[in-house]
Design a protein around this ligand. Structure first.
Ligand SMILES: C[S@@+](CC[C@H](N)C(=O)[O-])C[C@H]1O[C@@H](n2cnc3c(N)ncnc32)[C@H](O)[C@@H]1O
Ligand code: SF4
Ligand code: SF4
Length: 414
């Protein structure tokens, strides 16, 4: 069986030259689009380049496979479309979940679900709008498999990832995910210590189940990875290296390191600012280390704090690059920002999207999930996200931060 492989050194350089020529061929009539495509793709050169068994390439965890149609649509969302469009959505299909993680960002969300035909119609609308990279999740999506299948059938062939704990997995469901052309699955692994992870999720056996699920999905041909939330203290004390070793041991393609956010069930939580700053610095260093050609571990580290740093794309919530749709239809700028720009059951997607774009006109370096966490917490009731009228009042006072360098240079958000 062909395996995924990391491309480094001269081969990586040659790949980028070939890709640039392909872009030049595609956009030679539009010099501005060509310049912008080059500005944008160049920043991914610092990442490990993965050649997949399918013959396609992954420049970055969040970018669709090259040279898929999804890749070029993502590029065109940015370099051709005016105004530029978002590339990705995190879509929750159900809040149902048997786990009790203390940090869960949707813990206080309304548990109702959009009726399935309406959910499917909304998915079609977002797909036709140019959303090309999908992270489909729950709660636990495998527990509501008929909903998951219906959604995946609409977006088969795009860049599709499923976030799942593996709870409720069966060989038939895994086979079906592969049939529906799911690119990859991500499972939460928050510790190398089985007991510690299980204590966090509140469910005995959850660590083992996640690893078994990833093993079976890999065998079915999908990419696999960990979604890992480490505390700042764990990061400072060498936790990233330990998780990366575990990921390599289990043949994972990716580790997405998510930094803890004061949202959902953790809304109002205080983090030590000095420790946090250290953790961010260490996570960025780790990203560079694990993406360098000298890295001895094949798994790729994708630390959110690096991907969202000023040297990369900054905060791209609010429909700049991404947004979130909760299980009951609330449109949020990001899963970690519990405010709603409208519920799809009440307003058309376009309306919620336009509201969101007005609130986040320019991509900025400051992280919305941190910058506005206290203010959102101060206005939150028992139920999240904040409904549109309160969101509207809140965001009216928000000022733009410092524009993200790469998008500023491209000049597409002025
Ligand atoms: C909501 S879960 C959805 C998929 C599945 N239920 C799971 O936990 O893997 C998506 C990811 O977000 C992470 N997450 C949830 N709340 C968070 C928070 N407040 N801060 C940081 N990460 C969070 C979870 O740990 C998980 O890795
Ligand atoms: S983070 Fe995921 S697994 Fe944990 S409670 Fe929330 S939805 Fe369930
Ligand atoms: S709000 Fe911005 S910085 Fe925070 S997680 Fe979302 S996209 Fe990233």
């Amino acid at each position: 069986m062909k395996r995924n492989e990391n491309i480094t050194g001269l081969r990586k350089l040659l790949f980028y030259v070939r890709m640039s020529l392909t872009c030049a061929w595609r956009y030679w009539r539009r010099p501005a689009a060509l310049m912008n495509a080059s500005q944008l793709t160049r920043i991914f050169y610092r990442h490990k380049l993965k050649r997949l068994a399918s013959g396609e390439y992954k420049l970055d965890f969040y970018l669709p496979r090259y040279p898929s149609e999804a890749f070029f649509t993502a590029l065109e969302d940015k370099v051709v479309c005016r105004p530029p469009r978002p590339v990705s959505v995190v879509l929750s299909i159900s809040k149902a979940c048997a786990y009790k993680c203390p940090h869960c960002y949707q813990r206080k969300d309304d548990p109702s679900e959009l009726p399935l035909p309406f959910l499917v119609e909304s998915v079609r609308k977002m797909r036709d709008f140019g959303i090309i990279a999908w992270a489909v999740e729950g709660g636990e999506p495998l527990l509501r498999f008929e909903r998951l299948e219906a959604v995946l059938a609409e977006i088969a062939g795009l860049e599709v990832w499923v976030n799942s704990t593996g709870h409720g997995a069966t060989p038939e469901k895994i086979r079906r995910l592969a049939e529906l052309k799911v690119t990859g699955v991500m499972s939460s692994i928050h510790s190398i210590d089985e007991c510690k992870h299980d204590e966090f999720t509140g469910v005995a056996g959850s660590w083992r189940r996640a690893l078994d699920f990833l093993r079976d999905c890999r065998a079915a041909g999908m990419l696999v990875g960990f979604n890992t939330v480490l505390t700042d203290r764990e990061v400072v004390e060498g936790g990233i290296d330990r998780i990366m070793d575990l990921a390599a041991e289990h043949d994972c393609d990716y580790v997405q390191l998510i930094h803890p956010k004061a949202c959902g069930a953790w809304m109002g939580k205080r983090f030590d600012a000095a420790l946090h700053a250290d953790a961010v610095r260490i996570a960025c260093e780790a990203q560079r280390k694990y993406n360098s050609s000298k890295a001895r571990i094949p798994s790729v580290l994708t630390a959110q704090v690096y991907e969202e740093s000023p040297e990369m794309l900054g905060c791209c919530c609010g429909g700049i690059d991404r947004f979130y749709v909760g299980a009951n239809g609330d449109v949020q700028p990001c899963e970690f920002v519990n405010i709603s720009f409208g519920n799809l059951a009440d307003v058309p997607f376009e309306t919620a999207y336009e509201r969101m774009r007005r609130a986040f006109p320019v991509p900025c370096q400051e992280w919305t999930c941190e910058r506005h966490a206290d203010e959102i917490a101060a206005n939150a009731g028992d139920r999240l996200p904040l409904p549109w009228p309160e969101t509207e009042r809140l965001v009216a006072g928000w000022k733009c931060g410092s524009p993200t360098k790469v998008y500023d240079k491209m000049g597409i958000y002025r």
